[in-house]
Design a protein around this ligand. Sequence first.
Ligand code: ADP
Ligand code: MG
Length: 292
Amino acid sequence: ATPTAIMVGSGIGLNRGILFKSAAGLEGIAHLQVIGFDKTGTLTKGNPEVTDIIPYALYSKQDVLKIAGAGENPSIHPLAQAVVAEAKKELLAIQDVTDYSEEGGYGVTCAFEGQTLLIGNIKLMHLHDVDVKEAEQDFERLAEAGKTTSFVALGGRVIGLIALADVVKESTKEAIDRLHQLGLKTFMITGDNKKVAHMVGEQVGIDEVIAEILPQDKINIIKKYQDQGFKVAMVGDGINDAPALAQSDIGIAIGSGTDVAKETGDVVLVRNDLLDVERAIRLGRKTLSKIK
Ligand code: ADP
Ligand code: MG
């Protein structure tokens, strides 16, 4: 590789908001065959909003929102922040909770007025042996509508469901189309529900959807493709994505993402535009053809 070609290529990238952190990144991106995307915050805007609250037993919608708002308040997860924002919008006071803990890919556990409060997905409910029967039908209906739904359980029983919707970024579909035109295979990895993930996948025309994956298991999906001999990239924005970005041949971080993602990535998309993924690959290929 001539240093001049690399310097010119990196310089062009920088002008276009595509930061290659090393010469190896610029060369490696030219050889990609498979490219994976995180869903939330990468393919979608990552700013979910509460769309439905379904209370059970003697609880009201307000009760459910108030209790969930208290439990989600310490969390920085986008789903948590959306619940807190909705509670504040309804002018509900956010109470303090104790014994707070959060598990990636599951949700939040804490104590609210002396009772165990759980907010998260169905896996979190199963983990704590909470009976979800009463809420199952509503949950299925919401998932089919493409909504990510959190269960709220207090004292071992479900007191409500909170559904949230996130929207696909304007340029996502075109970005995926262009990658297919370059001959790449695309896939999505997400911790979200399968139905929701497949709805988003269809909307953007991605080749493969891999859902209900725990943060620590995202790395194995990348390894699986590498074991088959493919050069794999991963595009992500979150703390959870950092291990997968590190494992992939080329880690691509979204500029608006977390510092951890940006530190781990080989390439940073400063403008937060997914179309820059394809531009980066074309730039890499052009640079490489000048080298040869
Ligand atoms: P993604 O892979 O889409 O970035 P995460 O791994 O962050 O998603 O989360 C996966 C799933 O775990 C979420 O869809 C949600 O069901 C659940 N979850 C994680 N954290 C929380 C939380 N604070 N509140 C509610 N649900 C949560
Ligand atoms: Mg994300």
